[in-house]
Design a protein. Structure first.
Length: 124
């Protein structure tokens, strides 16, 4: 199943020009599944980077305007699109010029996969 999931994520990753990684983690940043190209920056693939999204999501949700669902960050050469799909987070790492809207649309393609993974994660 893991290889099938990685194959599916790799296929999705290739549908968006400039997308270099798709990572699914638990809310603490522990990697559940990860696919990446050689162009993905090593720093963005580390658990220490991935776990920060959970903290940012909690803080953003405390602003009194509802639960935070997405955070998009732009850096010098890269962008990160991170989705809160409790109890998991999805992280996309892409070139700065990659189409952010196309990346966000991948969430719809991942809904069934995330439901299946969610069942396993909540059992742990």
């Amino acid at each position: 199943m893991t290889e099938e999931l990685k194959s599916y994520l790799n296929k999705l990753m290739k549908t968006v020009d400039g997308l270099h990684a798709i990572i699914i983690t638990d809310r603490d940043g522990v990697v559940i599944v990860k696919v990446s190209s050689q162009l993905a920056p090593d720093t963005a693939l580390k658990p220490s980077f991935l776990s920060v999204f959970g903290v940012m999501t909690e803080q953003a949700s405390k602003m009194g305007i509802g639960v935070n669902r997405r955070i998009i960050n732009f850096y010098d050469r890269y962008q990160t699109v991170q989705l809160n799909n409790n109890p998991m987070h999805v992280h996309f790492i892409a070139d700065q010029e990659a189409n952010t809207g196309n990346i966000l649309e991948l969430e719809n393609d991942l809904l069934d996969v995330l439901k299946d993974i969610s069942k396993v994660v909540t059992m742990m």
